[in-house]
Design a binder for this molecule. Structure first.
Ligand code: ADP
Ligand code: MG
Length: 677
């Protein structure tokens, strides 16, 4: 039975309640409350060799005990003089009622604190002090814990020291062969040194163990949720060189990053194993062109291909793009969406089943049961966070393990990608086509509104088009959010000569499409919209984007939205209306203004929110990390991922005794924390 924290010496009911609040119920739980940093209190000096500004330990004898002076009503100053064989030192505390009777002349103490100088004399202010011979938290490296209400650093340090003694020997649950292979420290060594390290090297060794452990357990939990981990056989394309015809016919030459990604895809397609690949690339990096080249290759090898988009608008855009790309190639492209008439649908279904149509572009409608293919070998899916493992599996079932290409326009740090898409290979398009002008971005306040609208009007008058994005559609009583409908009316009044369109999530698909068509063909000059336009729409003529209540959007979302402009050759602008004086908001807006790089922005997003938050359950369905920093611990992550794979291969159910401890812990994560799509 694990020992309840309240029975740990010095804890008791009251402190136990405070620990419980932090999720610490047992003594063992406490051990996993890791320090946020350490303080090196190991340097001890003689008084006369101390210099101003350094923080050190001194071993001293009390010369004259504490004298209290009340300087002001609210200011109590306590002073004492101590000495060692080399000299004397003044010790000062401010507003500390407890030190008065602590010290007797002749007592020997170790003090730790910062040396200052006042009126020519050395002084130490508010030092940590311990009786000589009974030192616990001086003269060595000492842990500093994230503080929590009512628990001081001293209480945490002392409880932790006792807890380590109290639990005795911990049971190791990472099997020794794994620890040996990946050079991972044993748990008892690691536990002691994560809290009370001999030196920083020992600390790092200890930390690595717990990071490895945490990531290993997380990945075992994630893996166990995926039903099939074995590598599947897939189509082996005989001739992938034919892609060159397609590439040569493009009106532009591929960027280096596009070429590299295309090579990676085609290599997979040739290999005979089923491809599962994620292509990450910033908005406008040319993912679609790469996908089209791969589709071309699939068709030229005698197969069918499918491309799936999260919305009808996007599906029709892909349809248009692909039709253009495949003009004159003899490839037949059809479209399939939920809103199509039954008769049209029937025809498309027949064409696909008979193999008359080579490529289908569509929405989720593609994965419905009625859809059959003659020979589906290649599938492209636009990710947009909505395309889960299950849907991928459904699509795979439509063909005989078709190759899968998932496209994501939300760059995320590599570590996170490895965890979230652990079962996918990853290609990154980290280069934009040449000649793109970065979108000029400005964060403004409400008092700039008139000028901004004038600027918007000028851009439209000169032939451009504008998006105005609002966070919500209906104004709730409490909400002060800009209302898209009202804003559209207002803009129509200001610009009676331009047609102002409105689009929001609650509109019928048909109507949405009409509005979008109007914007694409230029009838609508200003499109007021909620975030429905976020997903990949492409209107090169749009050069101005205004985002209302920008503080309400995440950085990655703002970046996605901004990616809707700057797709043509004209200089494009993005105006962020941000409210409030919040420091984080300011930093976020600043990030948007200085950078157009999605990877950088997502990194900043991560930094500004802090790892716990970014990787919290809310955003990605992952549990909060206790010690691993998903942003920095890439190397350990890769090791732990390799280990997790090897373990799953050996014993997918983790049923052998060897894995009992790991199984218990990974099951716990699944039960407690992972709520996945
Ligand atoms: P993404 O899907 O990654 O956001 P797209 O594939 O829609 O980007 O490409 C954006 C635009 O850039 C399209 O108009 C496309 O034709 C064009 N494009 C793609 N690759 C290149 C390239 N290598 N050189 C010039 N333009 C390109
Ligand atoms: Mg796209």
């Amino acid at each position: 039975m694990p020992k309840d924290i309240r029975y740990l010496k010095g804890v008791g009911e009251k402190r136990a309640a405070l620990f419980n609040k932090k999720g610490i119920k047992t003594v063992e739980d406490l051990l996993y409350y890791f320090p946020r940093s350490h303080e090196d209190r190991s340097e001890t000096k003689e008084i006369d060799s101390c210099t101003e500004g350094e923080t050190v330990c001194v071993r001293v004898t009390v010369f004259s005990p504490v004298r209290d002076t009340r300087v002001r009503r609210n200011m109590l100053v306590s002073t004492m003089v101590v000495c060692d064989s080399s000299g004397a030192l003044n010790v000062v505390w401010y507003n500390n009622r407890y030190v008065k009777d602590q010290f007797m002349t002749g007592d020997e103490y170790v003090l730790y604190g910062k040396i200052t100088r006042r009126q020519g004399k050395l002084e130490m202010v508010n030092p940590v002090f311990e009786k000589k011979g009974a030192e616990r938290f001086t003269g060595k490296i000492v842990p500093l814990y994230p503080l929590t209400e009512g628990l001081t650093q001293k209480v945490l340090q002392s409880s932790m020291e006792l807890a380590i003694k109290d639990v005795g020997r911990l049971e190791e649950y990472i099997p020794s062969d794994i620890r040996e292979r990946y050079n991972i420290a044993e748990i008892n060594y690691a536990m002691k040194n994560i809290h009370f390290p001999e030196d920083y090297e020992s600390y790092n060794i200890a930390r690595e163990r717990f990071v490895f452990e945490e990531l290993l357990i997380l990945q075992l939990a994630l893996f166990s949720r995926k039903d099939d981990k074995t590598e599947k056989r897939g189509f082996a394309f005989e001739d992938v060189c034919c892609v060159q015809e397609f590439v040569d016919a493009l009106p532009f030459s591929l960027t280096g990053a596009q070429k590299k990604t295309l090579d990676e895809i085609l290599k997979d397609c040739k290999s005979g194993k089923m491809m599962n690949r994620l292509v990450q690339g910033d908005v406008g990096s040319g993912k679609t062109a790469v996908a089209a080249a791969a589709i071309y290759t699939a068709v030229k090898n005698g197969h069918q291909a499918a491309m799936m988009a999260p919305t009808e608008i996007l599906a029709s855009q892909h349809m248009e793009t692909l039709s253009k790309f495949f003009e004159g190639t003899g490839i037949t492209v059809v479209m399939l969406t939920g809103s199509m008439k039954a008769k049209e649908k029937r025809l498309v279904l027949d064409m696909l089943a008979l193999g008359v149509a080579d490529v289908v572009v569509g929405t989720h409608a593609i994965i419905q049961d009625t859809v059959e293919f003659k020979d589906l070998a290649f599938v492209v899916a636009d990710e947009q966070h909505r395309f889960g493992v299950e849907q991928r599996a459904k699509l795979a079932a439509k063909g005989n393990n078709p190759h899968m290409l998932i496209m994501s326009a939300t760059p995320i740090p590599r570590t996170l990608a490895l965890i979230l898409y652990g079962d996918l290979d990853i290609s990154i398009i980290d280069e934009l086509p040449p000649g793109r002008k970065p979108v000029k971005t400005y964060a403004v306040g409400e008092r700039m509104r008139k000028r901004i609208f004038a600027f918007l009007g000028k851009n439209v008058r000169e032939g451009g088009q504008a998006y105005v994005v609002c966070p919500l559609i209906e104004e709730t009583e409490k909400s002060d959010l800009q209302n898209a409908q009202m804003l559209a009316q207002k803009l129509q009044k200001i610009f009676p000569d331009f047609s102002v369109g409105l689009m929001h999530g609650k509109m019928k698909p048909k109507l949405k499409e009409e509005v979008m068509d109007g914007f694409v063909n230029g009838d609508i000059k200003i499109l007021v919209s909620t975030t429905v336009i976020e997903v990949g729409v492409n209107v090169p003529n749009a050069n101005t984007m205004v985002i209302e209540n920008a503080e309400r959007f995440g950085l990655s979302q703002l970046h996605q939205l901004r990616g809707r402009v700057g797709r043509g050759n004209e200089q494009a602008f993005c105006i962020l209306f941000a409210h409030g004086n919040n420091e984080v908001t300011k930093k976020r807006m600043e990030t948007m203004c200085i950078s157009n790089d999605g990877f950088y922005i997502s990194e900043q997003d991560l930094k500004l929110r802090g790892p716990g938050d970014f990787f919290g359950t809310r955003q990605h369905g992952l549990p909060e990390m206790k010690i691993a920093n998903l942003f920095e611990d890439t190397a350990i992550l890769e090791k732990s991922q390799e280990a997790a794979r090897a373990i799953m291969e050996e014993d997918a159910m983790l049923s052998s005794d060897k894995y009992i401890g790991l199984k218990k812990r990974s099951d716990k994560i699944i039960d407690d924390e992972i709520v996945m799509n």
